[in-house]
Design a protein around this ligand. Structure first.
Ligand code: GDP
Length: 317
């Protein structure tokens, strides 16, 4: 296979993607990774601009992520949050003291007029991350979720405040029409030797990124050197509300349901051994099924999964 620029591009959400990318970074040098990250679940808290997925990727690749949650910083303290509660009421979105520093820095740099891509690169450098970590867009896109009988609410309110309760009827990405994809993200997909769609939520993590026509087209054009990893194992998401979202939006809750969403975009679809009975159905969609262990319980297991994906894409490592 022609190496193109020898880099590997990835589309990423938060925790599922971060676990995979940490494994990938054990197989290939971080500087060979171009990571395009969802920013549609960004939000403002206490006047600060919080980018949960970008931070999860950076903290994980920087080796400081909280291993228990997968998000936030290990051993962080919560004095600031506690001090803020008499002013703002009981907090429902956990932000640690060290985490606050990231959001303060980001907010001040954005206020100074720097684009989010540049600020994200600065934050990645601060945490020693050598991979290129890019927001999908400089402009804001916000995911709203509508539950049965309720008004649309911002994604973090649905996920964190409401603990993903209720029946999802609609998911919308507000601002997507007016936003432009990051040119460097589109270029990364075009030039990469391989593209990997991380095991992230296909609706609310990868969905907004693929909402950009240019990104979708670049991935479709790279289909023969692109793979996606299923976030569903044994018919269920490892974590999070993906099953409710798939069901609510009329998709099958299985690896096949996810494969259908990526059918025109990737050539290889990686599923867990627990879902091996779907391999033929995935092949019938025109995707090459790869059956392996996809539960990334440890960085070593994530690395093994990454190695399998690279081999399936004919990339020698
Ligand atoms: P979020 O934005 O933090 O929710 O993160 P993502 O969208 O990147 O990841 C959420 C998805 O990752 C969920 O649908 C999980 O099922 C999936 N996930 C988490 N851990 C694993 C794992 O070890 N293996 C696989 N295959 N998927 C995982």
């Amino acid at each position: 296979m022609a190496l193109k620029n020898g880099k590997i591009a990835a589309l990423a959400g938060g925790v599922g993607a971060a676990k995979f990318l940490r494994g990938l970074a054990l197989c290939v040098e971080q500087r060979r990774l171009d990571i395009v990250v969802n920013t549609a679940d960004d939000d403002q808290f206490y006047g600060l601009h919080v980018c949960p997925d970008l931070d999860t990727i950076v903290y994980t690749l920087g080796g400081v992520a909280n291993p228990r949650t997968g998000w936030g910083i290990a051993h962080d303290t919560f004095a600031t949050l506690k001090a803020l509660s008499p002013f703002f009421g009981r907090p429902w979105f956990a932000l640690g003291d060290h985490d606050f520093a990231t959001h303060l820095f980001r907010t001040s740099r954005l206020a100074a007029g720097l684009p989010l891509s540049e600020v994200s690169a600065e934050i990645a450098r601060r945490f020693g991350v050598r991979a290129r970590v890019m927001p999908m867009s400089e402009q804001p896109v916000r995911t709203f979720v509508t539950l049965r009988g309720r008004a649309a609410m911002p994604f973090q309110e649905y996920l964190v405040r409401n603990r993903a309760r209720g029946r999802v009827e609609r998911v919308e990405f507000r601002g997507l029409e007016k936003a432009r994809p990051l040119p460097a993200a589109v270029a990364a997909l075009k030039n990469a030797a391989a593209v990997i769609v991380a095991p992230s939520n296909p609706i609310v993590s990868v969905g907004p990124i693929l909402g950009f026509k240019a990104i979708r087209a670049a991935l479709a054009a790279a289909r023969e050197r692109a793979a996606a990893i299923s976030p569903i194992i044994g018919g269920r998401p490892v974590k999070g509300p993906l099953d409710k979202m798939l069901r609510g939006l009329g998709h099958e809750v299985s690896v096949l349901g996810v494969a259908r969403l990526y059918q025109k975009l990737v050539g290889v679809f990686v599923i867990d051994r627990a879902d091996r009975r779907y391999a033929q159905a995935i092949a019938d969609l025109g995707l090459k099924p790869v059956v392996t262990d996809t539960l990334m319980a440890t960085p070593k297991r994530a690395a093994r999964l990454a190695e399998t994906v690279l081999r399936a894409l004919n990339l020698a490592i």
